[in-house]
Write a protein that binds this ligand. Structure first.
Ligand SMILES: Cc1ncc(COP(=O)(O)O)c(C=O)c1O
Length: 381
């Protein structure tokens, strides 16, 4: 038997990869499962994106390897998007790097900055990939706890009390997944000051800022942020393009060139047609966001009704693609979602997959139609 590398001992198969096998088994055995687990947008991308991708397929150069840094027009479109929506000026030549989704950026950044034994600040609750990638590169996760009582924002007093001597990188993610918490007015300023005080690179993972949120913010809008911060962004949720795999990392040119050193050794460019589609997406007017969010608003109202029917509580000011709800009493999240799956055939994500601070919470995805959500409410009532 050929043994796998030791690094595999540090991680497990991704929760959804395992759980969706179980859910799919139930579906193939005839159970009418409603899947409110994963945040994979079911809505269509803008029509012009699909047209551009189709046209791209016929371009004579479409089948060649593409630039490691993406088409100059794509980097331009990304820089203009940041200027228009976040008032952040970026050099399209040196401060923007297109990625195949922001998820791969988490690995590239970790490979570019972490040595074995370095420590990484990771939110609890938070996106599980921060932790697994940290372990895969031989670094050590140091969790910072987020709490409903502090609107799921970092507690800087508690952070200052941690041993930060080995901390090289900190993941933050506002608007926050899974809770939907928004950054308050000072959060990004405080984070930049914290990063400078301790010589830590902060990465804000920002894929949800356009979903049910009227005021998208970038950490790079803070003066001096580029020295110590990077930001990841993504077209997956903003333009319903999750399967096309387009994201970006933006920040200071030196950081970007370090990340490119890793990335250019791992892939050989993004498919031409997808880049052309992404350019079109980034040019969409505000009407796109208004229309998209009017659909999500209706769905969120229905999910709130579903959460009410399950006697859960939630914050109506939260944003993003999910509703994060507190279970009644002291219910155990995994046992609870298993019983809803068994009794009502509805799959909901247990908060515990995002860390111990997710115990007692569940997360509903808004990636299901009104009809499906109405059916879910009917089943629970
Ligand atoms: C917080 C967070 N970061 C990153 C990602 C990955 O997004 P992408 O599709 O851009 O790789 C997700 C997707 O679910 C997410 O929730």
């Amino acid at each position: 038997m050929i043994e796998a590398a030791n690094r595999l001992l540090t991680v497990e198969e991704y929760y959804f990869s395992k759980k969706l096998r179980e859910v799919n088994f139930l579906i193939t055995s005839g159970k009418p499962i409603i899947n409110l687990g994963i945040g994979s947008p079911d809505l269509q991308p803008p029509q012009r994106v699909v047209e551009a991708i189709k046209e791209g397929l016929l371009a004579p150069n479409a089948h060649k390897y593409q630039s490691y840094q993406g088409l100059p027009e794509l980097r331009d479109a990304m820089a203009r998007f940041y200027e228009e929506h976040f008032s952040v000026s970026l050099s399209a030549t040196s401060e923007v790097l297109p990625l195949m989704g922001s998820k791969e950026g988490i690995m590239h950044i970790s490979m570019a900055y972490l040595n074995e034994g370095d420590a990484v600040l990771i939110p609890n609750p938070g996106y599980p990939t921060y932790q697994s990638v940290t372990k895969l590169v031989g670094a050590k996760p140091v969790f910072y706890e987020l709490d409903a009582a502090n609107n799921w924002l970092p507690d800087f007093e508690a952070l200052e009390q941690l041993d930060l001597s080995k901390v090289k990188l900190m993941w933050v993610n506002y608007p926050h997944m899974p809770t939907g918490a928004l950054p308050n007015t000072y959060l990004f300023e405080e984070l930049v000051a914290f990063a400078k005080r301790h010589g830590i690179l902060i990465v804000n993972d920002n894929p949800y800022s356009f979903i049910l949120n009227d005021a998208p913010k970038s950490i790079l809008s803070v003066a001096g942020a580029k020295e110590v911060c990077l930001e990841l962004n993504s077209l997956s949720k903003t333009f319903n393009m999750a399967g096309w795999r387009v994201g970006m990392v933006v920040g200071d040119s030196e950081h970007i060139s370090n990340i490119l050193k890793v990335k250019s050794n791992m892939d050989s460019g993004m498919f031409y047609g997808i880049q052309k589609g992404a350019i079109e997406a980034l040019k969409c007017s505000d009407m796109w966001f208004v229309t998209l969010n009017s659909v999500y608003k209706q769905r969120r109202d229905l999910v709130w009704q579903l959460a009410d029917a399950l006697n859960c509580t939630y914050d109506k000011n939260a944003v993003g693609l999910f509703v994060w709800a507190k279970l009644p009493g002291s219910e155990n999240a995994e046992a609870y979602i298993d019983s809803v799956l068994k009794n009502n055939h509805i799959f909901i994500t247990p908060g515990t997959i995002f860390g111990s601070k997710g115990e007692g919470y569940i997360r509903f995805s808004l990636c299901a139609s009104n009809e499906v959500l109405e059916e879910a409410i009917k089943r629970v009532r």
